[in-house]
Design a binder for this molecule. Structure first.
Ligand SMILES: [Zn+2]
Length: 226
């Protein structure tokens, strides 16, 4: 079977012939240029400032981010978000909204890291009528949160952690599921994608090849958006 990785931090082209495409995310501005160099049809990239690294933002980052996105129509926005377990939530929210609004204005999919901040995310997303596809990486919200955002163009990306996947993987709408490794090296990427897809197929009571095909279609829909 051939897999797609909806969220990783690998800074190289595809690692394995069984992985047909990947979306590589950045966490600080220092990585943007590095990733732009490896971007191609199979390795799609996102630029952004991660909520853990907001202190790395330097003067002029918004203009630089905007300019790169404007001149590279296939680049997406990420990894951006809000993480309750990391400091300075107000500043995190400020940077998140700035980057989300760039994604909305330039109509680029945005890759989100949300931990313990679902109420804040729901409040923020509620302000925008039209959103580009939003990919929530490592989705760990509950069923109630999933149901509150299910009517938007939001994708739920899963990864096996401690041999388990969030229970919402059972009920997520098939056309909104993605699988990710969140790896920063090639070492375990394929293994994580394989195990996650297999466990999710078991949870959903469906053949793994059928689920994998659906996941790959969902992945293509996201990257074909830009
Ligand atoms: Zn990540």
């Amino acid at each position: 079977m051939k897999y797609t990785d909806a969220h990783c931090h690998i800074t190289a082209p595809l690692c394995d012939s069984n992985i047909i495409a990947q979306i590589c995310n950045t966490t600080t501005e220092a990585d943007w240029e590095k990733l732009i160099e490896i971007a191609n049809d199979q390795t799609r990239i996102c630029i952004g400032i991660h909520p853990w690294y907001i202190q790395t933002a330097t003067d002029g980052w918004v203009e630089r981010m905007y300019k790169i996105l404007q001149s590279n129509p296939h680049i997406m926005v990420g990894e951006i978000g809000i993480d309750k377990y990391h400091p300075d939530i107000d500043k995190q929210i400020e940077l998140f909204i700035t980057q989300l609004e760039i994604a909305i204005e330039l109509n680029r999919p945005a890759h989100l890291h949300i931990v313990g901040a679902w109420d804040k995310l729901l409040h923020i997303l509620g302000k925008y009528k039209k959103l580009p596809p939003i990919i929530v990486h490592g989705f760990n919200g509950n069923r109630d949160i999933m149901s509150q955002i299910a009517n938007r163009d939001i994708y739920f990306s899963y990864k096996l952690r401690d041999s388990r996947i969030s229970d919402t993987a059972r009920i997520a709408v098939a056309t909104k599921i993605l699988v990710e490794s969140d790896c920063d090296t090639c070492a375990n990427q394929l293994q994580i994608l394989t195990k996650t897809t297999r466990e999710m197929a078991r949870m959903r009571g469906m053949p793994v090849a059928e689920l994998n095909e659906q996941i790959n279609q969902n992945f293509q829909r996201v990257i074909n958006y830009v």
